[in-house]
Write a new protein. Structure first.
Length: 407
């Protein structure tokens, strides 16, 4: 930090000039080419859209180093800044992302960091959110002297490099986790019995549809209405954006779902296959109609063992074949009850539960490392990302040199 402060004091003590973005880079939007999904030919080249890689195609239209900024669709973060992507090599970019390259005097990597701090929410227009070309070109960028840019990039890249290393490590661990999960849940023929899900559960229920029975987010609504969005990493995690229901609606939902500790939640509609086990009595929340509550017969199958089974690759393949519907896909509850699952040593209840617990204990350790947002690699990545954002915002805040503004 002392070196950066020294550079600023020496090179721009009276402040920094601000320029329009179009004067800080080369904008290549007129060279973009959209290709419909049906017309794309699969290949090795990344096909970028508003928020990153959307596909891989057989050809490319850009070759080099670029910064992409979302133009329409998912174009703004929760804090109102643009979606910014660093892209290198041979790539294809559709017309949902602005694309820029470097010019003399302004480092592209500096722009990558700086653009993530620019508020654009007030510029987003239309039913489909859009950051127009005119507004994009007019964004104001603080442009300190090159040595200052270089030092800021050096500092911030250390944070992004560490985050990238941790993310790569997490990806490798998740692949390892999935491999061993499938291996642990694949049994020798003489040690396993196959039965229908319905044979080892007490009930399979769901929540209620608010359109028929109650209204969401009324003035007296203090309880959470849990959907697929709140089922993350095997846990139920409400947020400020979670819909609310009042006590009367909660009672209606309770009568339908009958949630208890040990129930396994399963998303049966939309994004299918997200799971969680209820570990505390659900006093202030219940589930929507697309979330299924599976009540295991704990004398035959452990809740966590069932949850892990439902996430195993070969089991997911089996139940996805039962999916029906048009735009919104779902698994009929009757079909899910018929799902064939393996139970080790089913004839020997004590031995079966002991083996199930052994598998659960192993997978719990993997799961905590890979998915726990309060500890393990995800928590470390989140901490490093927050650290990067703190220093990014601090380092990229400059005193403005009014007389030097370049429109």
């Amino acid at each position: 930090m002392s070196k950066l402060e020294q550079l600023i004091n020496e090179l721009c003590p009276e402040g920094v000039e601000y320029r329009r973005l179009e004067n800080c880079c080369e904008i290549l939007d007129n060279k973009r080419k959209p290709v419909t999904k049906s017309a794309r030919e699969a290949g090795k080249y990344p096909y970028y859209g508003a928020n990153g890689i959307q596909d891989y195609v057989s050809n490319y239209i850009f070759d080099g180093t670029f910064v992409l900024v979302g133009e329409d669709g998912s174009v703004v973060t929760e804090i109102g800044t643009p979606i910014v992507t660093w892209a290198t090599g041979k790539i294809w970019v559709n017309n949902h992302a602005h694309i820029i390259s470097e010019i003399n005097g302004v480092l592209l990597r500096y722009l990558f960091h700086y653009l993530q701090t620019v508020p654009v929410k007030h510029l987003i227009h239309g039913n489909i959110p859009k950051l127009t070309g005119g507004d994009f070109r007019a964004l104001k960028i603080a442009v300190p002297p090159l040595p200052v840019q270089e030092e800021i990039v050096r500092i911030l890249d250390k944070f992004t490099e560490l985050t990238a290393e941790l993310t790569a490590e997490l990806t490798a661990r998740k692949q390892q986790y999935e491999y061993y999960k499938d291996k642990l849940l694949t049994f020798e023929d003489d040690s396993v019995s196959w039965c229908e899900l319905n044979d080892v559960i007490i009930s399979l229920n769901t929540g209620l549809n608010p359109r028929k029975f109650f209204r969401l987010n009324t003035e007296d609504a203090t309880n959470y209405y849990v959907t697929i969005r709140e089922i993350r990493g095997g846990r139920i995690i409400p947020t400020d954006k979670t819909d609310r229901i009042n006590d009367e609606a909660l009672a209606l939902c309770n009568n339908r779902s009958n949630l208890e500790i040990g129930d396994v939640l399963f998303s049966g509609t939309g994004t299918i296959g997200e799971t969680a086990v209820i570990v505390e009595h659900p006093q202030n929340w219940n589930i929507k109609e697309g979330v299924y509550a599976i009540k295991p017969n704990k004398k035959r199958i452990l809740p966590k063992f069932l949850r892990y089974l439902l996430t195993a690759t070969y089991i997911k393949t089996a139940y996805m074949k039962k999916v029906a519907g048009g735009t919104v896909k779902s698994i009929p509850m009757g079909e899910l009850k018929k799902l064939k699952i393996p139970i080790p040593y089913l004839e020997d209840n004590e031995k079966s539960l002991a083996e199930q617990q052994r598998i659960v204990d192993i997978l719990d350790r993997f799961d905590k490392l890979c998915n726990d947002i309060s500890e393990g690699l995800p928590a470390e990545i989140e901490a490093r990302q927050k650290q990067y954002e703190y220093y990014r915002d601090k380092l990229l805040t400059f005193k403005k040199k009014e007389a030097a503004e370049n429109e």
